[in-house]
Design a protein around this ligand. Structure first.
Ligand code: FHN
Length: 404
């Protein structure tokens, strides 16, 4: 089976393909190595770390600006860190004063961002880290694995799923623990998920509570092939990735991936049935650094021309295509030519081909079909150095016949 079978509440996610991950918190003030992990990696004394609260005054923060940037990039959803492992809450909660209402900004950043997303038809997923290196009653299970009381987590998630209107997703992080540890912690992931789904019936939840989720979450890597379950059924998945080497803001990390590489990652992920969640770590001012903005604009320019070959597509395993990747939507196959084959391109395909054209300008491409071999007459010179998308329009066949 090559078309994934998914529940209606997951359809927007599967069609969206591309989202913006935002890691932002008081750790951005320090802007150095390990970023969001700095409380743990530098073993900063809690009273010292608490001083960051009174320094966090992001006067440049504009949720609409972030949402507009995500739209310019061609993204359809945003996943925002409401609370990372340092325990600082970027929202107004009654469970701790260690939250953004106690900064000079006195701002519920989650509320601002959720409203901006609602106003712009961008879906909003809330990231919530299950570790806590700050909570006075945290239980240490070894190394960075420290967990706050279960009722604290459950209470906050109730707030996040109650106080902000429609929430489209919860992105849990680092919840993995053994059953024995869960019992020791009084941790009940099923109870948490049941509450969330009751409060937000169409919400999507990832796989990092320790229970299977609606989708899996490879991080900083892309699976070799489409993700399938033990019965061979296609599963949803989302690869999350940084632009440089840090999730949170790091002022000296200039190892930024070029636009071409980021677009190739997007195509690779989507051609295997996944979503691509690309991360930015805003500065303590609330602004997103120019290197990230430039790359999001660059991806957006490509998406503006080629988005039809990404959004709402599925995998296309019937086509052996050594020059790049394939995506499919209905009776259209999108060939993403990443390595230019010269003037002639041969493809093994049984289906009847009605039309062949360049996606970017609909320029017709001449072709010949003899039995199962389709030969395309391409210009000698490469057309798009990043990715040339050629469309094969098949004779309104829902399903591709399997190549042999
Ligand atoms: O430890 C976190 C890390 O800081 C970051 O949030 C990533 C993003 O997926 N998740 C954890 C590492 O897997």
């Amino acid at each position: 089976m090559n078309d994934i079978q998914i529940a209606p509440y997951l359809k927007w996610f599967h069609n969206a393909k591309f989202g913006l991950f935002i890691h932002w918190g008081i750790y951005s003030l320090l802007g150095r190595d390990k970023a969001e992990w700095i409380l743990y990696t530098e073993k900063i004394p809690i009273p010292e770390y608490n001083k960051l609260v009174s320094q966090f005054n992001p006067t440049g923060f504009d949720a609409n600006e972030w949402v507009n940037l995500s739209k310019i990039a061609g993204m359809k959803y945003i996943t925002f860190t409401t609370r990372h492992c340092d325990g600082f809450c970027m929202f107004d909660t009654k469970f701790t004063d260690f939250n953004s209402m106690y900064t000079p900004a006195k701002c519920d950043f989650v509320a601002e961002l959720v409203k901006a997303c609602h106003d712009s038809d961008i879906k909003i997923c809330l990231y919530y880290c299950l570790w806590d290196w700050h909570h006075p009653d945290r239980i240490k299970l070894g190394g960075p694995r420290m967990f706050p009381p279960f009722k604290y987590v459950k209470g906050m998630l109730r707030e996040l799923c109650t106080n902000y209107g429609k929430i489209d997703g919860i992105w849990f992080d680092v919840g993995h623990m053994s059953n024995a540890e869960a019992e020791k912690l009084g941790w009940n992931a099923s109870e948490l998920i049941e509450m969330i789904r009751t409060l937000q019936p169409n919400i999507i939840i990832n796989d990092r509570t320790g229970l299977p989720g609606d989708y899996s979450t490879p991080e900083q890597w892309i699976p070799e092939a489409p993700v399938r379950d033990k019965d061979g059924e296609l599963k949803l998945w989302e690869a999350c990735m940084t632009i440089n080497d840090h999730w949170g803001y790091h002022k000296d990390d200039h190892n930024h991936k070029p636009v071409s590489q980021l677009i190739h990652h997007l195509i690779d992920v989507v051609s295997k049935g996944g979503n691509f969640l690309l991360n930015v770590g805003p500065m303590p001012t609330g602004k997103i650094q120019s290197e990230f903005v430039e790359r999001l604009y660059g991806i957006g320019a490509w998406m503006k021309v080629n988005g039809e070959s990404i959004y709402g597509t599925t995998i296309c395993p019937e086509i052996e295509f050594p020059y790049g990747q394939c995506t499919r939507k209905g009776n259209k196959i999108f060939l993403h030519i990443l390595v230019w084959p010269g003037s002639g391109l041969k493809i093994h395909i049984r289906n009847e081909v009605m039309r062949v054209y360049l996606l970017r300008d609909k320029q017709k491409i001449n072709f010949k079909k003899s039995e199962d071999i389709l030969t395309l007459q391409l210009p000698k010179l490469i057309l798009d150095s990043i990715d040339t998308v050629v469309v094969l329009e098949l004779k309104n066949l829902k399903k591709l016949k399997y190549a042999n």
